[in-house]
Design a protein around this ligand. Structure first.
Ligand SMILES: O=C(O)CCC(=O)C(=O)O
Length: 235
């Protein structure tokens, strides 16, 4: 079974994509509000449909810029190269939650990557959390993107945390009931993001395609992107 199928519950995409689409060209969105303070200044990586929605989501999201350095990024790329190269990017299935990807999972890591995974887990999860053993590795082609979805409550707990390699990207969160309530997270290359609780259950998340990848009016080129994703288990 595809790994991603195990972890996502797809959004009702017909309406959702259409609604979200209204906000895709963020440079055109006069309603965009930039976060200028609050709990730690997130204005460099968080913007949304209103200050109210930004503040409410801010409690449940975190982005750590430069969580890893270039050397650590290189170690992941080297370690993953062989197993990813054996697979082809998948583009074909219209109903998949994701377009243009290949994936793998890994339990054992070399010293450098193992230390980063340890740091990620220590940062994102309480010490007594039960974690999903295998780390999920998702390789998005330059033309690939992740559609709006909520991770399955059957297989994942309240937290998802990921490191982005090779490319900056925009992760969009849209409220599952109020489609006009959304925030965009700018995920710079080598950053860590954490989504927990309401951000994980009450909002869909997606990674925008290059053509829609705009933050604060600026195009953020979406190149090939690999994410290293850790989750906890449901209680
Ligand atoms: O690639 C990412 O960072 C996000 C992955 C994702 O959406 C998921 O695994 O549910």
């Amino acid at each position: 079974m595809r790994l991603l199928f195990r972890v996502v519950q797809q959004a009702r995409r017909g309406t959702l994509l259409k609604t979200v689409g209204n906000f895709s060209t963020v440079s055109d969105v006069s309603g965009v509000h930039r976060d200028h303070g609050g709990k730690g200044d997130a204005s460099t990586w968080l913007c949304g449909s209103s200050s109210h929605i930004e503040e409410s989501v801010r409690n449940f999201v975190d982005v750590q810029v430069d969580f890893i350095n270039e050397e650590e990024e290189g170690a992941f790329l080297k370690e993953l190269d062989l197993s990813l190269k054996k697979k082809k990017y998948e583009f074909d299935h219209w109903d998949d939650a994701i377009h243009g990807f290949r994936e793998t999972e890994r339990v054992q890591w070399g010293a450098v990557c193992g230390a980063v995974i340890g740091r990620l887990r220590a940062h994102a999860f309480p010490q007594d959390d039960r974690l999903l053993g295998p780390v999920h590795v998702l390789d998005l082609d330059k033309a690939g993107y992740i559609k709006p979805h909520v991770d399955s409550v059957k297989f994942c707990g309240n937290t998802i945390a990921g490191i982005s390699l090779l490319s900056d990207s925009i992760m969009r969160l849209v409220h599952v009931d109020e489609k006009t309530h959304w925030v965009d997270l700018l995920l710079p290359r080598r950053s860590l993001y954490v989504l927990r609780d309401e951000a994980r259950y009450k909002f869909t998340h997606e990674i925008l395609k290059d053509a829609e990848s705009v933050f604060g009016g600026k195009h953020i080129p979406r190149h090939r992107r690999i994410s290293i994703i850790c989750r906890n288990l449901p209680e």
